[in-house]
Design a protein around this ligand. Sequence first.
Ligand code: MLT
Length: 393
Amino acid sequence: MKLNGFYDDLKDSYLFHTVAVKTAGYKEKHPDADIIKLGIGDVTRPLPEACVKAMKVACDEQLTVEGFRGYGPYEGFDFLRTAISGYYASRGTKVAAHEIYVSDGAKSDIGNILDLFDRDNTVLVPDPVYPVYVDTNVMCGRRVIYAGANEKNGFLPMPDRAADADLIYICSPNNPTGAAYTREALGEWVRYAAEKGAVILYDAAYEAFITDGSLARSIYEIDGSRACCIEFCSFSKNAGFTGERCGWCVLPDELVIGGKKLADMWLRRQSTRYNGAPYVIQRGAEAALSAEGQTQIAVNLGYYKKNADVIGACLDRLGIYYTGGVNSPYIWMKCPDGLGSWEFFDLLLDKCRVVGTPGEGFGACGKGYFRLTSFNTHEKTAEAADRIGKYFG
Ligand code: MLT
């Protein structure tokens, strides 16, 4: 029997797991340490009331013969697909309900979509990058090349026509850097993909954080994208469903390669390996997209934005370079005093009792950088900024 040898090419553990283990180790040695976590992008605001109300109703339905639901449709319930289509339409973007596939989250879809593509394809990812894009490809031995993001390009790399790629990952607003592409820049990526016959896997998980009206909230706002882009989105960061698990991806009708409609392949894949997100959760997700849900979500997003402002103001005072914090819950900062990412992690934990995520964990170009999130409470974020300001000021 042979194991999948490509696992040997992975780092020993997933980035956020490593951070959690290191933090737990520190806590064991310093049990009284009042640690503030600005590491993993997990939300802290309770769920919108509209979602909880809808989930309670859906739970009660399960007590009745008429309301009970067993297996749901593999693509997601029509009520949610229609609500998501309406969410796009409210911004003037046309995505039909039948092009939307509901799941237990964008992370799963982003990994699972790879089943549709040959192992011999070349994958282009930005560096630094959300580790899932790289690791899921390394696990099946696919060749990964990188588009370097740095201060010079504002952490928004553009296509290099000399490089051939079959699959291209774009995340905007970006995780981890918080930087967001303009429409023109996204148009350039779409043209590049069309020229190369490539598919863009567009991660829109942070679209709700966009406050700059000139930026695109979906790749389908860009001409030509329907023939070469799959979009992934999530209820995690907007409606706070990191625990509930619900997301979706869009496979437009025009996305046809070698005569094969990718949506058909995806349905074949999902119906074989997956039984759909729970009915109760899908009802909660539907409510997140209602007028009431959207109003409540806007309050939570405003809450996180204030946290981002507090962190940004602290870094401004210290004269530290950063991207993000605007249109994004992430702040990507340069480590002070030329420190390495992990050195800064240790120092910040030890001296300020603040946990963040070392930039190096997101790729080689992240060396010397560090990611903070705005997802903690006002009180803890203000306290973290105060400690950082005092120690490095
Ligand atoms: C992050 O911290 O980058 C995210 O929480 C990861 C995720 O959404 O899976």
